[in-house]
Design a protein around this ligand. Sequence first.
Ligand SMILES: Cc1cc2nc3c(=O)[nH]c(=O)nc-3n(C[C@H](O)[C@H](O)[C@H](O)COP(=O)(O)OP(=O)(O)OC[C@H]3O[C@@H](n4cnc5c(N)ncnc54)[C@H](O)[C@@H]3O)c2cc1C
Length: 473
Amino acid sequence: MTVTRRGALPDGPGPGAAYDVTVVGAGVVGCAIARELARYSLRVALVEASGDVGEGSSKANTAILHTGFDAVPGSLEARLVREGGRLLAAYARETGIPVEPVGALLVAWDEEQLAALPRLAAKAERNGHHGTRPVGAAELRTLEPHLGPGALGALAVPDESVVCPWTTPLAYATQAVRSGVDLHLDCPVEKVRPGGPGTPHRLITRRGVLRTRYLVNACGLYADAFDALVGRYDFTVTPRRGQLLVFDKLARGLVRHILLPVPGVLGKGVLVAPTVYGNVLLGPTAEDLDDKTATGSTAEGLAALRAQGGRILPALLDEEVTAVYAGLRAATGAEDYRIAAHPGLRYVTVGGIRSTGLTASLALGRHTVGLLADAGLELGPERPLAPVTMPNLGEAFPRPYRDAARIARDPAYGEIVCHCERVTRGEIRDALASTVPPASLDGLRRRTRARGGRCQGFSCGAAVRVLFEEGTR
Ligand SMILES: Cc1cc2nc3c(=O)[nH]c(=O)nc-3n(C[C@H](O)[C@H](O)[C@H](O)COP(=O)(O)OP(=O)(O)OC[C@H]3O[C@@H](n4cnc5c(N)ncnc54)[C@H](O)[C@@H]3O)c2cc1C
């Protein structure tokens, strides 16, 4: 099992040898592609600029496992979200990624929105989602007693779920690495010297040169910049910021479903949704920016969210805010993904994965491997992937601190370090010794929830840091 974070890159998987495929970008999409490639006897590298997997857009989204009911019918995104949603729901059951199938209500707040609901139901049908149903104002109030005044009706979309966005890429990366993929972190690719017939591409990274026969661009916001490194200029990524508010666990009782707005031109709009960690999310905004690093929150953005949240669920505004965050969607001006294979270059771009990439990730992995095979990559026979069971971060499933038998076997699971999130020393120890260990306290939080609760590490920060430093020494 190879995960590297420093030092010169190994010169291919053997002396003088090149990788068969290198996937650049270890977000949820790149990790899913690497995992899919791991089914074959290929030499595969997954190369990431930052120190961890899932550090880009993948760590800061709304965490909805979509059904794809509202995608553009006939688009590649519609197909891959539908397939990906089913695949991820099944994968989550197999590997322990927390998913809660709470269902969604698309709430209409005026006559125009109410009139749009039948059209959205028809669109859902065209997208193969046959389970939607209209909900009248009175029933809506029984389903969601805390909804603000003025809701005229809704479209119920069963099967929309909430999922853990942090465990998902980590599960893919863990399984890929255990199945033979080399993961190189802290390894930005700065230049590409495209290969010719019979000669591999040479990727010039900050940690040396990596040679590879086939190349996949899964660079998220930087997919256009990476394309430029191989001489392709097919689209431009404009970051579309989404700011979100995370409300304290006491707010969880206020909402039962994902409360969606009727979508507008700038995307899916502002929603209120439970999280698998037992909080409530309000967001995201949709702001087109120039800066691909602008993941800060703004007073105006948060005020606008509060104003909209106050209409949807007035009591939410009385609850404590645990955290705010922002993520950037990779918008490209197209209403679809920007996926293109360039067989002559032995190169595939998986770009423009805007607001549904978490859901579609497993289907994107399959689709990309199909494109690589069409471009000439010989896959050979399929073999089983190494099994993975991920630690549970979800409130709806058993957590170690409540598991008496487990604590009896190993008292470290009875020793709570982070009291807000009830994270034990055993879980922190396990994360630090895992296949893809965290490189930072934030990485540890995404693996355990430690420091992620209402005190944001004020109480447990020092103790968690000591464990982190001891475990990474
Ligand atoms: C506010 C918001 C809400 C969202 N809500 C949802 C939702 O509810 N459900 C859903 O399914 N999806 C949602 N999404 C979309 C989803 O988060 C994205 O589609 C997905 O995370 C994109 O993953 P990615 O792997 O393409 O990109 P990223 O996660 O950004 O990964 C790309 C990686 O490439 C690396 N990289 C870039 N350039 C280089 C280089 N030269 N060398 C090496 N590495 C490089 C980066 O460091 C980064 O880690 C949302 C997105 C946002 C922003």
